[in-house]
Design a protein around this ligand. Sequence first.
Ligand code: MTE
Length: 324
Amino acid sequence: MVIRRGGSLEGGIASSEITPKDAFLNRRSFIYGAAALGTGAVLLDQVPGLFHPKAVHADQKLETVPSKYTVPDVQTPFSKATTYNNFYEFGTDKSDPARNAHTLHTRPWTVQVAGLVKKPQTIDVDTMMKYRPLESRVYRHRCVEAWSMVIPWDGYSLSEFIGWAQPLPSAKYVQFISDDKSSDMPDKPSALDWPYSEGLRMDEAMNPLCLLAFGCYGEVLPNQNGAPVRVVSPWKYGFKNGKSIVKIVFTDKQPKTSWNESAPDEYGFYSNVNPSVDHPRWSQAHERRIDSSAFPKTIPTLPFNGYADQVAGMYSGMDLKKNY
Ligand code: MTE
């Protein structure tokens, strides 16, 4: 995602627009291909792993159990999934979070549960992590910028946590608010209103596919991937998945969400992966699948990111072109 004209996401191109010029030139970027996705040229320094910082291991292994919610696709290497990130609090270039997110203090860490719940309370993230066995779930991860990865996340269904939180029957939505401590994130860009906020309708949040993740690749989440706790809803574009969550709010109204507030014509509230609804500035019909090769191939995008069987029923009767 690239900030442009005061805040919108951009389709995996033109890092020259956001990278300081000297750094950009030093990285000797040059164009190797054009219009692969109908979005314009692809720059070499956008190829994950080529000119990016080294992956940083959190160095803490997790005990996990296998999960039935696992796709057979070839996994994206750890080194790419942890160095090609969107985490704007730490910078807008894909390589910035891996370089900068070490300033995030992930312990002690609490998550406040608020709004329409039986008992508002605050829970320590370690207690939260131990609440259920962590499943290793290999999910497709599709970014709105038309690239995708396949990542083994470690966590348990968000619905389990919601069961613990006991929302009131009047709760219709859940909002996830990310950390925004300036001391930990001194260089937040001004294009988004902080804190980062995302939300789901209650039935979406209760869908067993929706994961509360504490780790990936069998290790605690690296900071740049949203430590210590994040959401992963794999049938939606990546921006729906708030990282480094500090507050979960149950509400009866559709919550304000960061990208939808910043550019409502480009980023809807639902944001289900939908190859037939183009972003106003690029096609969503294909995606660049980031795997171990230096030149990732382009593959067709599947409705609901290939999870239609599990989730399409939640949207029956809705016009998903309008509710994009
Ligand atoms: N959460 C916060 N707090 N800040 C962000 O900038 N970016 C979103 C999402 N969650 C973002 C965030 C976007 S645009 C994407 S694609 C995914 O995180 C990226 O997750 P990944 O870096 O683990 O692939």
